[in-house]
Design a protein around this ligand. Structure first.
Ligand code: GTQ
Length: 374
């Protein structure tokens, strides 16, 4: 049986360490015909000492992808494509169309006057706006106008559609979804809105007017759903919060000035399966390395610098996207001595935390930084 031979044996007491013999190989064949197998032939693989991600760290340069994303507009209509998106395909995760781990991501483009019809699915989704003006998303009748570096939720089960106002400019945004996770859990449903388009049932940007006030919530603001009622997190107040926080804290040695986007009704993550944050690296800052469970996708919202992931250096600039596989060592550096840099991330930490799977570790070297191999 192939598995028995591939299975690298580690000569450790208590771990599987059975030599193949002709008799055992014949026995494995017999078990295989019965849709069964001997655990000791796979145990070391299915129970690794520590997480073994099949994802590889990847940096997607916006400069390389952008023209291809724009070209899709000439090749397919938004209407025919359903969603006109170029997705990010991790070489280790092609089988599940993941950008990293169990997270999907893609770049969606829409021209002024275009609309992508309303649908709902079990996967949770978010957008981070990269360029253009006039973009909007409608979630369960709440219309939100979107500008660069705004972050918007389309939580699981909600009707959502996207478009660009006819007096806007071509828009590109990053989509992030937990499609691979929900498919792995075999729980994905998908529905097209019966009218293809939703009626806007509330004043435009009413979610911001209702929930977007730090430290305040409406007295009549009952909210029992599993996702944040705020739905949209604008760049202006986000950046201001990071700058103000940076003035009163030394920040984290591993993450600089890091703030999580939260559900204002609970203080918890924005959605049940996907969390998101924005981090600011101060001028000249180079963080220490650590690793943790959970998969992350970064988009550079501002500035330039590099990250070292498992000893490999990735140089980034504004709008580049890169991924961090689970349990990979990582540290970040701002290349500028005068300007700050900001990294947007979304991740599956709510899943890790709610299932009791979160774990983290600091890199042991004296300065806490990794030797760079490439
Ligand atoms: O906009 O709802 O990139 O359903 C992939 C699947 C975007 C969306 C994607 C989706 C969407």
């Amino acid at each position: 049986m192939a598995n028995a031979r591939e299975n690298h044996r580690e000569d450790v007491a208590g771990r599987a360490n059975v030599e193949d013999t002709p008799e055992l190989l014949a026995y494995y064949d017999q078990l295989e015909r019965l849709e069964a197998g001997a655990l000791w032939t796979v145990a070391n693989k299915i129970e690794p000492w520590q997480p073994k991600s099949s994802s590889v760290p990847v940096l997607w340069r916006y400069q390389d992808l952008r023209e291809h994303v724009l070209r899709s507009v000439d090749l397919v209509t938004a209407e025919k494509a359903g969603r006109r998106v170029i997705y990010l395909n991790n070489p280790g995760r092609r089988d599940v169309a993941a950008a990293v781990g169990w997270l999907y991501s893609g770049l969606q483009v829409m021209h002024p006057g275009e609309v992508a019809s309303a649908h709902a699915h079990s996967a949770s989704a978010l957008r981070f706006i990269m360029e253009g003006s006039g973009a909007y998303t409608i979630v369960d009748g709440h219309k939100m106008t979107l500008g660069a570096n705004d972050f918007v939720l389309t939580p699981n089960g909600t009707w959502h559609e996207h478009g660009v106002a006819s007096d806007g400019t071509p828009c590109i945004w990053q989509d992030g979804l937990d499609i691979p996770l929900v498919n792995a859990l075999e729980a994905n449903f998908y529905a097209v809105h019966p009218d293809l388009q939703q009626a806007v049932g509330h004043p435009v940007d009413d979610v911001t007017g209702t929930w977007g006030h730090p430290g305040l919530r409406p007295a009549a603001g009952d909210w029992a759903k599993g996702y944040s009622p705020l739905l949209k997190y604008e760049w202006g107040p986000t950046y201001e919060a990071l700058q103000r926080y940076g003035k009163v804290t030394d920040g984290s040695a591993f993450d600089g000035i890091l703030m999580n986007y939260v559900n204002p009704a609970t203080g918890g993550p924005v959605m049940q399966t996907i969390g998101a944050s924005m981090q600011l690296l101060r001028a000249g800052e180079h963080t220490k390395a650590h690793r943790h469970t959970g998969s992350f996708i970064y988009q550079v919202a501002k500035g330039r610098g590099h990250s070292i992931i498992n000893g490999k250096r990735f140089d980034w600039r504004e709008r580049d996207i890169f991924c961090l596989p689970a349990w990979a060592w990582h540290e970040h550096a701002n290349a500028s001595d005068s300007e700050d840099a900001c990294l947007f991330t979304f991740n599956d930490l709510p899943v890790m935390r709610s299932l009791g799977l979160y774990r983290e570790e600091a890199f042991g070297e004296a300065d806490g930084q990794q030797p760079v191999s490439a």
